[in-house]
Design a protein around this ligand. Sequence first.
Ligand SMILES: [Zn+2]
Length: 343
Amino acid sequence: MRQPLLAFNDKGIYCAQANVYLDPWRPVDNAIITHGHSDHSRWGHKHYITHHMNVPIIKHRLGDIVVTGKNWGETFTINGVTFSFHPAGHIIGSAQVRVEHKGEVWVFTGDYKTEDDGISTPYEVVKCHTFITENTFGLPAFKWLPQTEVMDDVNNWWATNRADGKTSVLFGYTLGKAQRLLKYLDPNIGRIYTHGAVENMTQVLRSMVSFPETIRITKETKKEDLLGSIVLAPPSAHGSTWIRKMTPYVTGSASGWMAFRGARRRRAIDKGFVMSDHCDWQGLLESIQATGAEKIICTHGYSDIFSTYLREQGYDARTEQTQYEGDEGEVENKADAETDEQP
Ligand SMILES: [Zn+2]
């Protein structure tokens, strides 16, 4: 039997014909990278290839690396295998990877979402024979509301807290969620402050997207200035000494997990907003159908449940083990928070 175009091994998703890995989790020579979240773009590869918008992001995270940036749809061929990047709509610069060899086409999604968030290049359907999909929120219980509705709720929450004389602390991942929230916060309500980790990443992205003005929280920031303002912070800041400066404050979290009953209370959050940078159940099913793929490989998330469902629908679907962590993997690592000025 001919070896598959892409295979899963202990280092990542491997294309033997081209000797490259897609989003490898162990150090390799040639890595094609879908996006900047830490479970997909890891340190230690000799050469990185990614979409050019992701270049400044991974350089910010990984330091001095050797990286080549490509445009959307630009093809490059390695030993007869043709690769190209196509928008995944997950975060700024996030891509799906299309792999073609002798007329056979595979697509690896990395992480993706189908709703146009207004800051990421919108998800594009890429026709293929085999589709490798994430399943972070692959349960029927996950059904997202339109972004405009969620952001109206966020802004109303902030305005109410301000009227109560309190500071609003809103948690979202440093890369992706924080900027999506920032983009639609209403600066007419009050000032927008940022935790250092959020501010640093936002600065990297300001060259690509316009955002409202932000103020970095430093040792000099006065408690009085924060009152009535909103503070964008990574989830890791919750429960830290850093946050005590905000008293009196209320906390909010924007995450797909907030759809789970009890998730907000378990995480000791005052207010949960259901907002995800991944597909919901319907989004996954519609994308899979639109690709025309007959073979589906499910990677991280509820992949066993999801692939079982797909088989019942007549697909040739299976699960493969990876080290991608979906939304949980995007929780800021400790090093990220520690590099920041902690007032
Ligand atoms: Zn991601």
